[in-house]
Design a protein around this ligand. Structure first.
Ligand code: MG
Length: 219
């Protein structure tokens, strides 16, 4: 899937997810703060447009919604400094970090990786068009919300992020060279929960946009 920003189309090579970046979500998961970002990767095959019907697998237990601020890298680099990090961002979008929660919980218990739970096909619905970073006054102060069938499930503010964007980009790029088009998912506030086929979803991220869609199941 391509992501549009201004007059350019980007082809993400990887999506880097950040786990445990909001205190209230760490608490609801009964997880332990780690002192540094928890990273995982979703392959480009996880991408789908957040404005189109979201298709979730039905044979592997619960699929949880996690609404997140997504960051599009427009200039690549490795070992990027915190001071230079914001210059590598092109824009911002809205994403869902869909998670096969039962599989993830089983993996955590066994000390196994989250690859399947986080990286399955369609696990990353995302804005097909991002907004230029210059149009966002303060990316660390944006309200976000996710509603399922008219009921607000998630509400948070990017100001609650434990690790902010300059630190995240510096940390991530020590391990993974970032290319133009790569996407960073910055973590979710509390209120995650299961999606079911037929659900109507609406999501909003201040200054960045809103999306409405529905959920369908697949075998
Ligand atoms: Mg997440």
């Amino acid at each position: 899937m391509q992501i549009l920003l201004n007059d350019s189309a980007y082809e993400p090579q990887k999506i880097i997810g950040v786990g445990r970046n909001y205190d209230a979500h760490i608490k609801e998961m009964r997880a332990v703060p780690t002192g540094e970002p928890v990273l995982f990767i979703k392959p480009p095959t996880a991408l789908s447009s957040i404005t189109e019907t979201i298709t979730i697998p039905t044979g592997f237990g619960s699929v949880h919604h996690e609404v997140e601020l997504a960051v599009l890298i427009s200039r690549g680099g490795a070992s990027i400094s915190e001071a230079a990090a914001m210059e590598h961002i092109g824009g911002y979008g809205l994403a869902l970090d869909l998670t096969l929660r039962d599989l993830q919980s089983a993996a955590k218990k066994k000390g196994l990786p989250w690859a399947v739970a986080k990286g399955f096909d369609g696990a990353c619905p995302i804005s097909p068009r991002f907004v230029d970073k210059s149009t966002v006054k303060d990316v660390h102060h944006l309200d976000m919300a996710l509603t399922v069938n008219g009921e607000v499930r998630q509400r948070g503010n990017t100001g609650q992020m434990i690790f902010r964007l300059p630190f995240l980009i510096a940390f991530i790029s020590r391990f993974f060279t970032l290319h133009a088009g790569d996407v960073i998912l910055t973590g979710t506030p509390s209120g995650v929960g299961p999606l079911r086929p037929g659900d109507k979803l609406s999501m909003e991220l201040e200054d960045i946009g809103r999306a409405e869609t529905r959920v369908a199941g697949r075998e």
